[in-house]
Design a protein around this ligand. Structure first.
Ligand SMILES: [Zn+2]
Length: 248
């Protein structure tokens, strides 16, 4: 039995038996880890608010040989999403971040770039201005897990797309030029492609979250969600929830 200490981000909790919680953590040292927090529902002393999804914690857990689940011993809160008000849009955005990490990260594989991305985006997700941090997170995560296609040339003919129209399709990888686009393709504007290029060169803090309407980068987000859903072969629950935000 080995006691591990690691920074971690809480992704999900599920009730388990009478008083325990099953917790999915994204740990810095070992990637995604599932564990049992004994008596977490009864005893506030050891865990307090530390098991709320998207809480950044210092976790202490035991790993036992030949056991899939670790035993979560204690969690100290480093940063809590509950430190600022959780309105509906923000709640959905936080759930979206948690869902993507849970669906896309393999178990037991550390990924420091994704860990740092998540922390920096969570620090920008403190109000109901969600569209910039969500766009930044979806874009970078898609690239860091290796699913982002080349955005500057047509996947069919290789022609450069800079400045010209570009299309994507739910069932195909890559962007297509106007001559190669398939039926039922969607267009991604050159503004959104330029935005993506800019986001790859600059930290999330350099983009203002306010005055960022839902429409900005909406085609880019739609493309990213399609790419991710195609790779995980299922619909993201939070994608549908986000589509309803801001629609009257
Ligand atoms: Zn083409």
């Amino acid at each position: 039995m080995a006691l591990i200490e690691s920074e971690a981000i809480v992704l999900r909790t599920y009730p388990l038996r009478e008083a325990d919680l099953l917790v999915t953590l994204f740990t810095r040292v070992a990637g995604k880890v599932k564990g049992v927090a004994r008596s977490a529902k009864k005893s506030k002393r050891r865990f307090g608010g530390a098991l709320e999804p998207l809480t950044y914690v210092r976790a202490f857990y035991d790993v036992r040989e030949r056991q899939e689940l670790v035993r979560l011993d204690a969690c100290e809160v480093l940063e809590s999403p509950l430190a600022s008000e959780v309105g509906y849009a923000r709640a959905v955005a936080l759930a979206h971040v948690a869902e993507l990490l849970d669906e896309l990260l393999p178990d037991h594989e550390a990924n420091d770039a994704v860990f740092r991305l998540t922390l920096s985006v969570l620090r920008m997700l403190t109000g109901d201005e969600i569209w910039m941090p969500v766009t930044y997170f979806d874009l970078w995560l898609t690239r860091l897990v290796g699913f982002l296609p080349e955005l500057t040339e047509c996947v069919a003919c290789g022609r450069a797309l800079n400045g010209s129209r570009a299309y994507f399709h739910a069932l195909a990888d890559g962007l297509m030029c106007v001559d190669d686009k398939r039926l039922a393709s969607s267009e991604i504007s050159s503004e959104s492609r330029a935005l993506a290029a800019h986001m790859f060169r600059a930290p999330v803090e350099s983009f203002g979250g306010a005055d960022w309407p839902r429409s900005q980068g909406a085609d880019l987000r739609k493309m990213l969600i399609q790419i991710l859903q195609r790779h995980i072969e299922k619909k993201l629950v939070t994608a549908g929830m986000m589509e309803k935000i801001g629609r009257v």
